[in-house]
Structure formats: C-alpha cells, structure tokens
Unconditional design. Structure first.
Length: 209
C-alpha cells in the first residue's frame, strides 16, 4: 500500500533519558527522508516535540492534532505545518486515524499504550488495513511484547493476530517494513469464524457433566 502520512504515538514528558529524545528525532528525520508527512499529537515537549523537530528540521511536514486543553504556548509548537484542534480526545483520535496511512508507537506512557492497542484492535477487527509499527529502542517495549506472546500462548490471541504488529529497533528499518506491508484482508473474517467455532463448543464443565 502507498504511505503518505505516518501517525506517531509517543510520550510528552521531558523527564526522560536524552537517548529516547534522540530516538524520536531520528524517527522524525527518517519519516521526512522518505518523503512522508508526520501526523502526531501536536505537542512541543518530550518525545512529541522531538519527533516533530526531527521531521521539520529535515524539511518534512508535521501535522499536529490536539485538544483545547493542551493547545497552550507551553505545551504546543508554533512551527507546525498544520494544526487541528478539537474539544475531546475521541475527536482527536478519530482525526489522527483519518489522516494517517500507518501508525508507529515510540516510547511513552498510558496514552501511547492506549493509542497503540486501539490501532491494533481496529486492525484485528478489520476496521482498518493500515500497518501498525512499534519502535523498540533499548528494549523499552519488551514487557509489552512479552505480554502479547503470553496472550498468544494462553489463547487470547491467534497467531495471525499477534503478527499484525511490526517492530524494530531502527527507524529506517521500521519504515522500510511498513512501506512493504500487505494487509491480511481475511483477518477479521477468520477471527470471527474461529470465535464462532469456539462459542459453539460445549464448555469443559458441560462436557464433564
């Protein structure tokens, strides 16, 4: 599929090791180097500010999507290519999904995890067919990846669902894999069939009875 805009989810805290901020800048630079536009949460601090700065500094475009609560001189950036401001987080997230041809999560906190998991869930259900990537510097997301593997082993995820997520440690390599992504058009249908088959089988307690 053709990618034109990449949505990046990441943290906004300045109180993080400088190597994480450098990783965000390199992600923004890599997006610009591929001729892609950055879509992100519109912030000027932390990883958000760094990824936007990387894209803009490399001659790329940075499109911010934020809410009124965060649209302040201290939290935003005045040099963005575009800025969309909404009243609620739901409107903000919907606009980011609308604008983006793919999603990448960088290190962040609860908001980043929420956006990443929602993107994966929507892909699982066939609500979008866009690539979902994760940049994993210094093994930051290793516990999350281990949790997904645990869910697969226990049976809460099917193997093809677990394979939706593309992850790498280097920005350029991650973008390369995302640009060659081919969606599984049958994923949601297969999931529904598997779930229906399982629902039609009697529970262990019923079989035992």
């Amino acid at each position: 599929m053709s990618l034109q805009r990449i949505c990046v989810f990441c943290g906004s805290s300045d109180n993080v090791p400088p190597e994480y901020l450098q990783t965000a800048r390199e992600m923004g630079q890599a997006i610009a180097a591929q001729g892609l536009a950055l879509v992100y949460g519109g912030g000027g601090t932390g990883m958000m500010g760094a990824v936007a700065g990387g894209a803009l500094g490399a001659g790329g475009r940075a499109i911010g999507v934020t809410i009124n609560l965060f649209n302040t001189a201290g939290l935003g950036r005045p040099d963005l290519s575009e800025l969309h401001v909404f009243e609620t987080l739901h409107e903000r997230k919907a606009k980011m999904v609308e604008l983006a041809d793919g999603f990448i999560a960088l290190p962040g906190g609860l908001g980043t995890l929420d956006e990443l998991v929602e993107s994966l869930t929507w892909a699982q259900l066939g609500l979008h067919a866009k690539p979902v990537g994760l940049l994993n510097p210094k093994g930051y997301f290793d516990p999350f990846l281990a949790m997904l593997e645990q869910a697969r082993q226990v049976g809460f995820l099917y193997s093809d669902q677990a394979e939706i997520l593309i992850y790498e440690e280097e920005p350029a390599r991650l973008l390369e894999r995302m640009m060659s992504f081919r969606p599984r058009v049958d994923l949601a249908e297969r999931w529904l069939k598997q779930a229906s088959r399982q629902a039609s089988q009697p529970a262990d307690s019923e079989r035992a009875g």
